[in-house]
Design a protein around this ligand. Sequence first.
Ligand SMILES: Nc1ncnc2c1ncn2[C@@H]1O[C@H](COP(=O)(O)OP(=O)(O)O)[C@@H](O)[C@H]1O
Ligand SMILES: [Mg+2]
Ligand SMILES: [Zn+2]
Length: 231
Amino acid sequence: MTLAGSNTDVDYLTAEKRQIIDACPKCHGLDFDCPCYHEYDVEVRKVRACIPMKYRKAALSVITSPQSEKPKEQLASYIKSMTKYRKHGTGLYLWGAEGTAKTYLGCAVLIEALRHGYSAYFTTLTDCVDNIIRSRDAFAYMLQNTTYLMIDDMGYAYRPIRDEVAYVDSVLDKVVRARCNNLMPIILTSHKNITELALANPSGARIASIIKEHMKRVQFTGPNFRDTIKL
Ligand SMILES: Nc1ncnc2c1ncn2[C@@H]1O[C@H](COP(=O)(O)OP(=O)(O)O)[C@@H](O)[C@H]1O
Ligand SMILES: [Mg+2]
Ligand SMILES: [Zn+2]
């Protein structure tokens, strides 16, 4: 299971503690009731939620290009009514072209869930499949019980070792169904629309019908932002 605890995560949290608590202009780290302690706690939970380093500071306000206006509006309204959507188990299906901030903005929503005090977990479909094979029930238990689950790049076809396909498929199916029945929100990103997703994996058709019933669909359009990145 990929859990927190690498040196980079420790370094990240050490730097965050210095910046947020030790350098707090209000309490200089001396008042446990100061909001700075809550802010740091959110950082610890981002690491535990396995939010990748690149997306740990994700926020809607950072993305300002016009192509993202509409998805941002939809996500802002989802965040505004987070308690209500959480109660109904309504998740998000973020779909569209590559490099249009689907993963980034999905993580921004996940971080808001952490701020609301909910538990959350980030994984990609590929890692999820690997971990299901490696850690069996323990990983499935976690997938089922974290309040918000984000599975990135759901549209990729997974190709686990031949005789594991049926097993992975049944675990994924069980997890998604149990989550929906227990009104636990799922956030998915995908470069495929629902019809295409239905054909991508053995469990695609069932997942597509679950998306229709339990997730708000948010479309991302526009040019690939990765093309504009200069290194
Ligand atoms: N509309 C946008 N405005 C600014 N930066 C963007 C935008 N879309 C994507 N990016 C940047 O491009 C990179 C890829 O975004 P990502 O969320 O990983 O894309 P996707 O998951 O849609 O393929 C990230 O560094 C992100 O910050
Ligand atoms: Mg992505
Ligand atoms: Zn403080």
